[in-house]
Design a protein around this ligand. Sequence first.
Ligand code: ZN
Length: 306
Amino acid sequence: MKREKRTPKYLGSVRFYRHLIVGAVLGSLFLSTGLAVFFGVENHQLKGAATVSVEREDALAPVEMVLPDGVAAEESEIAYQNAHSTLYAGERDFSFAPDREKTVYLTFDDGPTQRTGEILDILDQYGVKATFFVIYRDDEASKELYREIVARGHTIGVHSASHDYGKIYQSVDSYLADFEQIYQQIYEVTGVRPDLFRFPGGSVNAYNMDLYQEIIAEMLRRGFVYYDWNVGSGDTMRGATATAIADRVVAGMPAKRGIVLLHDSANKDQTVQALPQIIKRLQAQGYSFAPLDRMVRPCTFGYQSE
Ligand SMILES: [Zn+2]
């Protein structure tokens, strides 16, 4: 009697499903790592919405990425990709220069305010150029400040029109609509088409966890470069003194380059007072100061899953 040898059925077996799950996990891991390498970004571990992690300078080498021509013109199945047709960075080249040694990039979020003039004067006094990530204002004094930022040689970047987290992080489209409003305002008032931006709350925060990857992908597709930070100043902490802010910045400065988060806010007198200390102390240590431009390799947060 011939006995048929029975081979256990693989498809549908426990082993099959186990392989399927392992395959899916590995696949998504490779995909996310691949994307990070592709965009030449470093991955920072985010520990809470507004905290800053230690920069890993050696994480990834800069890579070149040039988006193909005509990306903007193609009709997409995704509605938001067809909308906001003027919202493309003039240049869509993602090649970054090698990091400069001992360089400080001061960045000021949330202006313009009645503090902006003082900040600009201090920067002038020390011959320092910085970066301002601005919000939407339509009064004449604010428009003059947008122009002053540009005229005095600083970089002007987009922060947000409304700075209303609940509103802008509702969907990719609401993010883009908000971005377009401030982008157009900067362009109309200064003649500069900003191509750098900073997310309100940083690129990964409690308001955009479900959405941040999609927003980032869309903003990169449109050619914009975003910067988180690797040096916190603590200037939003209640009761922070000017010396405490300066101490924190100086102590947190990496050997190569520091992208420093500061705020241009009407009630942040202490940030303005800290500024000369920050500049003098870092210059004494041999640091130089520069404004951001799209050749500076971005410093970006990554989301740390539970
Ligand atoms: Zn902000």
